[in-house]
Ligand binder design. Sequence first.
Ligand SMILES: O=c1[nH]cnc2c1ncn2[C@@H]1O[C@H](CO)[C@@H](O)[C@H]1O
Ligand SMILES: [Zn+2]
Length: 363
Amino acid sequence: MVARDVLHRAPKVLLHDHLDGGLRPQTIVDLAGVIGHELPTSDADGLARWFAESCNSGSLELYLETFRHTVAVMQTPDALRRVAREMVLDLAADGVVYVESRWAPEQHLTAGLELDQAVAAVRDGLAEGMAEARVKGTPIVARQILTAMRHASSAREIAELAIRHRDERVAGFDIAGAEAGYPPTRHLDAFDYIKRNNGYITIHAGEAFGLPSIWEAVQLCGANRLGHGVRVIDDITISGDQVQLGRLASYIRNVRVPLEMCPSSNVQTGAVASIADHPIRILAQLGFRVTVNTDNRLMSNTTMTREFERLSDAFDYQLSDIRWLTLNAIKSAFSPHPDRLALIENVIKPGYQTLLEELDQSA
Ligand SMILES: O=c1[nH]cnc2c1ncn2[C@@H]1O[C@H](CO)[C@@H](O)[C@H]1O
Ligand SMILES: [Zn+2]
């Protein structure tokens, strides 16, 4: 098991974190006060508990209902900028050196914002957060992923928005929301648009629904990464020390499709029974391109440090395992290859080297 302090200091990479799932409780209270939005409680600690408890139902649909409150307070450029800036600062303080933060612009238009304005507000918040983090000595690279809601019909418009802003810190395109009943192929035209424009796609798939969703995402929609993807385990048969991969699982492993796994979130929505039962362990052993993510820090009352701590507890992961997971993540980022190499060589490898040497000396 790796000590919390070591995990905290280790450079970390976060590919799957929802901007509207990571607000500071006090910020929700502040912003709700300004617009007169009614919250379950106006006490920040009480609100943090309310989110975490409401999200423990074992149902993705109930889990998603809580976003009503965070989305409600993120409807103006000021609010979006503040939330984005604070997200960057909170992650930098947790030792995250690279983040792709996702959110669904179509959910932020109720006060009259235009899609492009909303994206610009988040871009400005990211820039402010990065500049402040650099001054604090905790540099971080922050980008956004634009999500379309899978039950809605704006996906093509959001795909165009993502391409239009790709040179302004928009790294890629995603779909999220309730999975059962809303297969990825509902939005084929959006994915097609992204592909034709050489953009990048991640798809929430294999979380609340199984292999057909994963297959569509990868083979019909051209997903470069899978959000969660936990159910790929359904295509793997294990009996004793015999392991048999089905064609889909083999394909995903062979072409190195990154799996954005979110352990705490998966337990809350019932995708897995417990951290100890999480398929991440076996998938990592089998050599899948596994990454570790927070999904929604507010709803899961978590951080990257905490996710690694829980895995390290459950599976006796060592710092070398955390390093492998982090390298998987940065290799899978939607940023230019030379930028990723620079982060690996200048930040991630040296960061782990220092920590590993410290651990050696104290052993
Ligand atoms: O784990 C998840 N699975 C599916 N959808 C999610 C998850 N977490 C958040 N969202 C959805 O994504 C929207 C944009 O950020 C959120 O508003 C929420 O509805
Ligand atoms: Zn998610």
